[in-house]
Design a binder for this molecule. Structure first.
Ligand code: TYM
Length: 334
C-alpha cells in the first residue's frame, strides 16, 4: 500500500444501478481513486437482508463488477472485491455486535423504512445491516467513505462504534469521515420528486437505470414530473425542476446557478430534452463498455479473485488486532 490515506466504499448488487447511485457514489469513486489507497466492495451480503432471487443476485454481482470497471475504476490501482469472498467482514460484525445496542439499530431510518416495505420479512440481518457496514469500513482502517446522503446515518453509527470500541479496548480503529457531495448526493425520483430515486422502485419511469438506452433516457426525462409555472430555478416549492437542475449540473459539471442562467426564459420541454441528452452522453459509453466486459466472465472472476486476496490481507491484520484486544487466544498454527 502506498503512503496515502485509505478510501473505502461499497454498493449493493441488488439490481441495475440508477443515475442516483452513479452521481452519489460511482462518479466520486472514480474522481477520488488516485488520491487514496482505494477499496471498493460489492456488498453482496447486505443484499440478502431482503429476499433475492439467487440467479438474479449472481447476475447482478457480475453486472456491478463490470459497471465498476466501465465507470473507470482500475483493478490494478484499486482493490475491487465481493464482500462475501472476505470472511473477516462477517467475523468483525460478530465482535462489533457486542458493542452495539438494539435500540440504536431500531432507530435507523433505513431499518424503519425497510421494515415497512418488507413487512413480511423483518429479519435479524436487516436490523444488523449497519453493523456489517461498519465492519466493511473499519476493517480497512478507512479515512474517507464516499456515499450518497441516505447513508449518512449509517456512517455516524460507524463512527460511534469505532469510538466506543477504541474507548473500551484502546486505539484500534481509525474513525472514518463521510464524503457526501453537494446537490448530487440525493437524486430524487422522476415521478415522485419528494422520494429518493431508487433501483427497487416498481415504476420504471421513476428512475434512469445505467442500462437505459439514450432514447429511453430522453423519453423518461420528457415525462418527468414538474410543476406548471415554467421557471427553471431551484426552489423548495419546485422539487421536480430542482432535481432536474441538479442532475443536469452534475452530468455537465456546471454549477446550479450556471444552469439556471443557461435556461432562463426557456420552456420546460426544451430543458427536459437537454437533461436527457446530457445524461445519455455520459451513460451510453459506460453502458457499451459494460456490455463488452460482461462477455468475459473469467476476466471479471480474476478481478474479484485478486481483489479478495488483497482485501483479505488487510482485513486479516485488523481482525487479528481486534481479537487480541478483546482477549481471544490466538489459534496455534501448524
Ligand atoms: P446502495 O447500494 O443502496 O447505494 C450505493 C450508493 O449509492 C448512493 N445512492 C444515492 N446517491 C444519490 N442519490 C440517490 N438517489 C441515491 N441512491 C443511492 C448510496 O448512498 C450509496 O453510496 N449500505 C450501502 C452499501 C454499503 C456501503 C458499505 C457503503 C455496504 N457497506 C460501506 C459505504 C461503506 C448501500 O446500500 O448502498
Amino acid at each position: 500500500m502506498e503512503n496515502k490515506k485509505t478510501l473505502f466504499s461499497a454498493v449493493q448488487p441488488s439490481g441495475i444501478l440508477t443515475i442516483g447511485n452513479y452521481l452519489g457514489a460511482l462518479k466520486n469513486f472514480k474522481k477520488l481513486q488516485d488520491d487514496y489507497n482505494s477499496i471498493f466492495a460489492l456488498a453482496d451480503l447486505h443484499t440478502l437482508t431482503v429476499r433475492q432471487e439467487p440467479e438474479n443476485l449472481r447476475k447482478n454481482t457480475y453486472e456491478l463488477t463490470a459497471l465498476y470497471l466501465a465507470c473507470g475504476l482500475d483493478p490494478e490501482r484499486s482493490i475491487i472485491f465481493a464482500q462475501s469472498h472476505v470472511p473477516m467482514h462477517a467475523e468483525l460484525t460478530w465482535i462489533l455486535n457486542t458493542v452495539t445496542y438494539p435500540g440504536e439499530l431500531s432507530r435507523m431510518t433505513q431499518f424503519k423504512d425497510k421494515s415497512i416495505k418488507h413487512v413480511d420479512n423483518v429479519n435479524m440481518a436487516l436490523m444488523d445491516y449497519p453493523v456489517l457496514m461498519a465492519s466493511d469500513i473499519l476493517l480497512y482502517q478507512a479515512d474517507l467513505v464516499p456515499v450518497g446522503a441516505d447513508q449518512k446515518q449509517h456512517l455516524e453509527l460507524t463512527r460511534d462504534l469505532a469510538e466506543r470500541f477504541n474507548n473500551r479496548f484502546g486505539e484500534t480503529f481509525i474513525v472514518p469521515e463521510p464524503y457526501i457531495s453537494g446537490s448530487a448526493a440525493r437524486i430524487m425520483s422522476l415521478t415522485e420528486p419528494d422520494h429518493k430515486m431508487s433501483k427497487s422502485d416498481a415504476n420504471l419511469n421513476a428512475f434512469i437505470s445505467m442500462n437505459d438506452e439514450p432514447s429511453v433516457i430522453v423519453k423518461k426525462f420528457k415525462r418527468a414530473v414538474t410543476d406548471s409555472d415554467n421557471k427553471i430555478i431551484v426552489s423548495p416549492e419546485k422539487p421536480g425542476i430542482t432535481n432536474l437542475i441538479n442532475i443536469y449540473a452534475a452530468f455537465t459539471e456546471k454549477t446550479v446557478s450556471d444552469v439556471e442562467k443557461e435556461f432562463e426564459g426557456k420552456m420546460y420541454g426544451e430543458f427536459k430534452v437537454a437533461v436527457g441528452e446530457a445524461v445519455a452522453e455520459v451513460i451510453e459509453p459506460i453502458r457499451q463498455e459494460k456490455i463488452k466486459l460482461l462477455s468475459d466472465k473469467s476476466y471479471l472472476d480474476s478481478v474479484l479473485k485478486s481483489g479478495a486476496d488483497r482485501a483479505k490481507y488487510l482485513a486479516g491484520k485488523t481482525l487479528s488486532k481486534v481479537y487480541k484486544k478483546v482477549g481471544l487466544v490466538p489459534p496455534v498454527r501448524g
